[in-house]
Design a protein around this ligand. Structure first.
Ligand code: R5P
Length: 298
């Protein structure tokens, strides 16, 4: 038993109102503490944004170029990312358990690139995600796809499971070959994800009307990277996305297929968190490649 607390005067800070501060992230003010805390492990509270590194591609297309050896090429990038987006197989085999950043885990899967990709099922039990200290579950939603309803149900089931544990769900709007990638379609798909409970939505950038996509979605949108572009173009796309309302990026190939992935992810972070212009971030990229600048970790 501790001794009786008889030391000195107590200070209840009677002149300081109790904090009623809200939560920093769009649409997230009513969530429980645990869910908000997990979101704060993915999005930086100082900027309200995230640089997420996506390397879950192998779950449907095997050893993607740049991901042949995740332990060699991707694990060293961990300190530069706010969160890693990956499968549980890669987390357990190839990422050190000393990893300090966020973890967003791919939670749907099934078909390979040889089949209809929309025919996914839930691919993880939430108890296993909790066991791995995961901060969010990611599920593909194929609006307009052959198995649209099934993929939406995958998401809603994960959202319901997530609320039991304070685990947010990231709805990933899939864009198949047959689906038009424009603001009208992405506005539909992202809004559906949010309406049906996703706490974060991932979608592609479009040149026309992206600000209407982000405005119409009541939860944070993160921009997917898409196919590999020249570095300046990828930085420009990230810049436009955050300028037009995205709460960061979830990029894969434009980082891990870059000639210098560590330099590229730092340049992306300069845009997303540092307010750098595409030209400034590209100059940082060049400096890092040439050894003229010091590496920055979060
Ligand atoms: C797609 O199904 C996966 O979720 C990828 O992780 C995602 O599309 C991001 O990768 P990338 O930036 O290479 O498109």
């Amino acid at each position: 038993m501790p001794e009786a607390d008889t030391q000195g005067e107590k200070d209840f800070h009677l002149d300081v109102p109790a904090s009623t501060a809200g939560f920093f992230l769009k649409g997230s003010g009513s969530y429980d503490w645990g869910m908000q805390n997990r979101l704060a492990r993915i999005f930086r509270p100082e900027t309200g944004r995230t640089v997420m590194l996506a390397f879950d591609h192998g779950y449907f297309q095997g050893p993607t170029t740049g991901l042949e050896r995740v332990d060699v090429s991707i694990a060293p990038l961990g300190p530069y990312a706010d969160a890693l987006m990956l499968t549980r197989g890669m987390l357990r085999t190839s990422i050190p358990s000393s990893h300090q950043g966020g973890v967003v885990m791919r939670a749907s899967g099934g078909p390979s690139i040889l089949k209809d990709l929309s025919n996914e099922r839930i691919a993880i039990d939430i108890d296993d995600a909790v066991r791995m200290n995961v901060h969010a579950l990611a599920v593909q939603v194929f609006v307009g796809g052959e198995y649209e309803t099934q993929s939406v149900e995958n998401m809603t089931r994960l959202v319901s499971a997530g609320y039991r544990y304070g685990m947010p769900v990231l709805g990933v709007t899939a864009v198949g070959k047959e689906l038009t990638r424009d603001a009208r379609y992405l506005g539909l798909a992202t809004r559906m994800c949010a309406e049906l409970g996703a706490q974060i939505v991932k979608t592609y950038y479009v040149d026309e009307g992206f600000e209407r996509v982000t405005a119409g979605c009541p939860v944070p949108i993160v921009m997917a990277g898409g196919k590999k572009l020249p570095e300046l173009d990828a930085l420009t796309m990230a810049y436009r996305a955050v300028s037009e309302g995205a709460a960061g990026v979830d990029m894969g190939r434009n980082i891990f297929q870059s000639e210098a992935p560590a330099a590229m992810i730092q340049a992306v972070a300069a845009v997303v968190h540092g307010g750098s212009s595409p030209a400034e971030a590209h100059e940082l990229y060049r400096e890092l490649v040439e050894g003229r600048a010091l590496a920055q970790t979060s």
